[in-house]
Ligand binder design. Structure first.
Ligand code: UDP
Length: 585
């Protein structure tokens, strides 16, 4: 595709150094020699103009495409909103695959299993991540009719998916990410829970066990529960639920894997149950999808709506404006996106799911001087996310007026409940924003800062050092900034132990992931989940000395607080980790 012409009066992008490193490595269009042929201004204009152009398809559109292109460009380059990475990489290019999240079915036959391997490879090549449920596969040692042999079971097939992923690097540098899910009542569940015992095994997968309400009740009552062979629907043994839960907790303590997802809860929120059951999420867990469905995500940077003079310190009018533009952007992305499979195109166009979320939450709290681990922060989280959902729905209703509701609307739960009509079957999702937050220079998703000053290992050993700008500004304001102090904070990451040097007011506000009690990680996740159609990406980061009991409590709290799943990570439990403070790097 030809380079779009830049308008003469377009404001060039001002970009931070880390963002420039990431963009030039992975995002800029490259020429035959592998060198970038665009800069950040050209990249954002390519994305803004191609997504705005979709507007021309709709005669009832309220905004001309040229005006919209400028608005999208400003929205992104003022770091107020960014779409997920594949949109930045591929919009306006021949590849044109713009979604980060896919779920593929894995059927119980060699043909279907290898179809899924092939489809996953095609998706990874285009920059998307894939989730699969392996729950339909017959268990290990079950009979195979056509050969008279025995089946090798989900875990052995998972190895093939993992190896295939290894070989297909995304966009030259980014490896495909996968989610592998198995129902807790699958006969091979114990093997699955132990599958990542050896470090490095299944390194291209996150694993999650799909827990059912029946299973959770059996844990509570310390009862046995039946294992069901999916191909015969017959019982194939029983396990004590509490013992399985304990094993899960122990493995998560050892390596962070597997996580858990509450499958019944996810299906209770399935907006179109007549189109099928949800069996899996995308790789990081925030996007449950039907088989062959894809979803594109985008995130509002909350750090940019701080306004001390406004109600609760938030510029609600500006937030509303950003949300409405972002929903239009994400809906246009659906039309602009080209998928590697016709089945996926059909499913995506049927439900038109989008996932608008937030990032920069910890940065907003820092600016407001509200500690992350406080009830005040939890209340504000509810208020902000309720606003995002309400305004997101208003925007989707407006689009339905201009363009029609999503085709499966009539059979959706919204029609049944008299909500809508909407243009999109889901509107909100909270993504990890691993790369987007580097590009926007803000804290990621709804996570607390990992450290106030830290080194980040990204992309083949490249190391980025960052100090939180709001923290630095606060130190200067209080008159306690010094180079020496900055160095000692960089080494420690946290200021919790610095009572002798820093005032209490600062130490309370500038908390980092491991200063925060697990209960507040969970409360925050639950607060955002309440107003999120899809799910919330959140890791409960724990110090190295956290116990198995801590993990058990977290899993249980996640269940009780209405989360759709949870991921824990104990510092230093794996020898290679993405984020580290000065001391451990
Ligand atoms: N993802 C992926 N590979 C990666 C990172 C992300 O496939 O290396 C997908 C995956 O589905 C994940 C989703 O993108 O759940 C969103 O991740 P994140 O928000 O971190 O992506 P970003 O847009 O910031 O790159």
């Amino acid at each position: 595709m030809a380079e779009p012409t830049l308008p003469a009066d377009l404001k060039p992008v001002e970009i931070n150094t880390n963002a420039e490193i990431v963009l030039s490595k992975r995002y800029y269009r490259k020429g035959g020699d592998g060198k970038p042929v665009e800069n950040s201004t050209q990249m954002f204009w390519r994305v803004a103009s191609s997504i705005a152009e979709e507007e021309n398809k709709y005669p009832k559109s309220t905004v001309p495409a040229e005006t919209l292109a400028r608005q999208f460009y400003d929205l992104m380059t003022e770091w107020k909103f960014l779409p997920n990475s594949p949109t930045l990489m591929n919009a306006g290019t021949d590849l044109g695959q713009l979604s980060a999240c896919f779920v593929l079915p894995v059927g119980d036959s060699i043909e279907e299993i290898f179809d899924a391997v092939k489809f996953a490879a095609m998706i990874h090549k285009s920059g998307g991540g894939t989730g699969f449920s392996f729950s339909r596969l017959r268990p290990k040692e079950a009979r195979v009719g056509s050969t008279g042999g025995v089946a090798s079971g989900p875990v052995s097939f998972l190895r093939i998916f993992n190896t295939a992923t290894e070989q297909i690097k995304q966009g030259g540098t980014r490896r495909g990410a996968n989610m592998g899910i198995l129902r807790v009542d699958h006969p091979d569940i114990l093997e699955f829970i132990r599958a990542k015992e050896r470090e490095g095994e299944f390194n291209n997968f996150n694993f999650s066990v799909a827990l059912t309400e029946d299973f959770m009740k059996a844990v509570e009552k310390n009862e046995e529960y039946p294992l069901i062979a999916p191909h015969t629907k017959r019982e194939r043994g029983r396990l004590n639920a509490r013992e399985v839960f304990e094993l899960l907790v122990r493995k998560a303590w050892e390596s962070g894997d597997p996580g858990i997802v509450f499958l019944d809860r996810i299906n209770r929120d399935n907006p179109t149950p007549t189109l099928g059951e949800i069996e899996s999420t995308n790789p990081c867990g925030e996007q449950p999808l039907l088989p062959y469905e894809a979803c594109n995500l985008g995130s509002v940077n909350l750090a940019k709506v701080f306004a001390p003079e406004k109600d609760a310190g938030v510029d609600w009018d500006e937030l509303r404006r950003i949300i409405h533009l972002a929903v239009r952007f994400l809906d246009n992305v659906i039309d602009a996106s080209q998928f590697p499979l016709e089945r996926i195109t059909e499913m995506v166009r049927m439900n038109r799911k989008i996932g608008l979320g937030v990032m920069g939450w910890a940065d907003l709290l820092y600016q407001l001087r509200i500690p992350y681990n406080s009830q005040e922060a939890v209340h504000l989280a509810e208020r902000v996310m309720e606003f995002v959902l309400e305004e997101g729905r208003a925007a989707s209703r407006q689009l339905a007026k201009e363009r029609g509701e999503f085709p499966a609307y009539a059979e959706s739960v919204y029609a049944e409940r008299g909500l809508g009509p909407f243009r999109n079957a889901t509107i909100t999702t909270i993504a990890p924003t691993g790369t987007l937050s580097i590009i926007a220079g803000c804290s990621s998703g709804i996570e607390p800062l990992f450290a106030l000053s830290f080194a980040r290992n990204v992309m083949d050993g490249e190391r980025l050092v960052e100090t939180n700008p709001y923290f630095e500004a606060a130190l200067r304001e209080e008159g306690c900034w010094s180079q020496k102090l900055m160095e000692s904070i960089a080494a420690k990451g946290s200021v919790r132990q610095m009572a002798d040097i820093l005032p209490d007011s600062l130490r309370k506000v500038f908390v980092t992931a491991m200063d925060i009690e697990p209960v507040y990680h969970l409360k925050m996740q639950a607060a955002f989940q309440q107003y999120t159609d899809n799910a919330v990406s959140k890791t409960v980061n724990l110090p190295h000395d956290a116990t198995v009991d801590d993990i058990r409590n977290i899993y249980w709290m996640a269940y009780e607080q209405g989360c759709k799943g949870v991921t824990v990570y104990r510092d230093g439990c794996l020898s290679s980790q993405v984020l580290c403070t000065g001391d451990s790097s």
